[in-house]
Design a protein around this ligand. Structure first.
Ligand SMILES: Cc1cc2nc3c(=O)[nH]c(=O)nc-3n(C[C@H](O)[C@H](O)[C@H](O)COP(=O)(O)OP(=O)(O)OC[C@H]3O[C@@H](n4cnc5c(N)ncnc54)[C@H](O)[C@@H]3O)c2cc1C
Length: 392
């Protein structure tokens, strides 16, 4: 199938390498296509860092034997995080006799950044120029001095906590405050010092202070300790839920309407009559009498969250309009045209504003620009949006 769209760069895989490459290229105006073999991530559904063992069958250990049958090489996969990884039963590999190799493979948007240990050490010239030190192999063609500015940039962008310890083999960097040592670690440090060895805090890509403004939607670590199960504080916290007969959702099979909430297996809560009347009244005043909403998407936006340009084209009846109710923090809504792209016309939305579009504009592309930080007397630092549609 031919596509008219031409891209400047094609990136295979959305892990740390692909993700960072995409960020750097797009920030310089490149049109980038990222192809990812794994499914998209929906933090609310896919991350179980806050799921207690008693909420899981088998207390989180999974049915006996599941790991040996499906993911025997995915050493760090737990029953909580198994969906981040490939199934060895589907992607087997062989190794030479006597040379076993454990190949942990992510298969999801974000790749191994969903489960890595977050340890973020700098290599030094002991590594880059190892051959000059020990005579083995070849020196790298780059030196630490050349790499240092890039380490600086990445550390500041992802947020790495740690101390500057003045050790040449693990060069210092641009760190947020280190996590305090535990009692056991203090004892270890004291013991190590007696032998002349420094014991230092790990340098880890975890936010120990309030995020900087460009760390959109991220939050300070709250030490829940389930980092490998998908860190919910790292998501953009733009949760969504639904009420009504049909709920809008995204999962491994893509976007769709479904009559059941996949997280509970139950029907969505009924749409309150007040909601229905509000939507009907607004649609009627906008010239669309007889609007019958059967889906109400409830979006929660934290500062920095946004909706990229899209159009609502999965409904059965485009004669029916869309009614959008804004609550809490203000937002800037952008209307484009029937094709993607262009500048977009901004519409400032305040708490209580209702936007209705339909007729010839029913399929226009629209977006919500990043929410600016603020506080609202009822919703605090959040914006909520109710989108009413006639889905089926
Ligand atoms: C358990 C564990 C802990 C780790 N801890 C640390 C640590 O503390 N510090 C550290 O520095 N490093 C750590 N690492 C290593 C680090 O996570 C990886 O080096 C890094 O994430 C690799 O990034 P990547 O983008 O190259 O690959 P990945 O993150 O694996 O991303 C590859 C992406 O490509 C996709 N993909 C694969 N094949 C295809 C295809 N054919 N088409 C399209 N997409 C495809 C995958 O789905 C995946 O999303 C750890 C690794 C593991 C397994």
């Amino acid at each position: 199938m031919r596509s008219a769209k031409r891209y400047d760069a094609l990136i295979i895989g959305s892990g740390a390498s692909g993700g960072m490459a995409a960020k750097e290229l797009t920030s310089r105006g490149f049109e980038v296509l990222v192809l990812e073999a794994g499914p998209p991530v929906n933090p609310t559904r896919d991350f179980s860092s806050h799921t207690w063992p008693y909420q899981m069958m088998y207390r989180g250990f999974g049915p006996p034997g599941w790991k040996q049958q499906e993911q025997w090489m995915q050493d760090t996969a737990s029953y909580y995080s198994r969906h981040f990884y490939v199934k060895d039963s589907e992607h087997p590999y062989t190794t030479d006799p006597g040379k076993p190799f454990m190949w942990v493979r992510a298969r999801i948007v974000g790749g191994k950044t969903l489960h890595w240990g977050r340890l973020s050490w700098r290599l030094s010239d002991l590594d880059f120029k190892a051959a000059s030190h020990d005579g083995f192999g070849d020196d790298w063609p780059i030196s630490y001095a050349e790499m240092a500015p890039y380490y600086d940039r990445v550390e500041e962008f992802i947020g790495v906590s740690g101390n500057n310890d003045g050790l040449t083999h693990v060069p210092d960097g641009k760190y947020m405050p280190a996590m305090p040592m535990t009692c056991g670690e203090h004892l270890l440090r004291k013991g190590a010092e007696k032998t002349g060895r420094p014991a230092i805090s790990s340098r880890v890509a975890m936010l120990t202070t309030q995020p900087k403004s460009f760390m959109k939607g991220r939050r300070k670590c709250h030490y829940c300790g389930h980092c490998g199960d998908g860190c919910i504080t790292n998501d953009r916290q733009s949760g969504l839920t639904n009420c009504g007969d049909a709920g809008w959702l995204t999962d491994r099979s893509g976007y769709r309407y479904d009559e059941r909430d996949p997280s509970t297996g139950r029907a969505w809560p009924a749409m309150p009559d007040e909601f229905r009347q509000l939507a009907l009244g607004a649609a009627t005043r906008a010239g669309f009498p007889g609007f019958v909403p059967d889906a109400c998407l409830v979006n929660r936006y934290t500062p920095g969250s946004r909706l990229t340009a899209h159009r609502d084209a999965d409904e059965q009846d485009f004669e029916q309009p869309i009614v959008s109710v804004s609550l809490g923090l203000p937002a800037s809504f952008a209307f484009y045209s029937l094709t993607r792209g262009g500048k977009g016309r901004g519409v400032a939305l305040e708490d209580g504003d209702v936007l209705v579009w339909g007729g010839p504009s029913r399929l226009v592309y629209h977006a919500v620009r990043p929410i600016k930080p603020g506080t609202h007397p009822v919703t605090g630092g959040l914006r909520y949006n109710l989108t009413f549609r006639h889905a089926r």
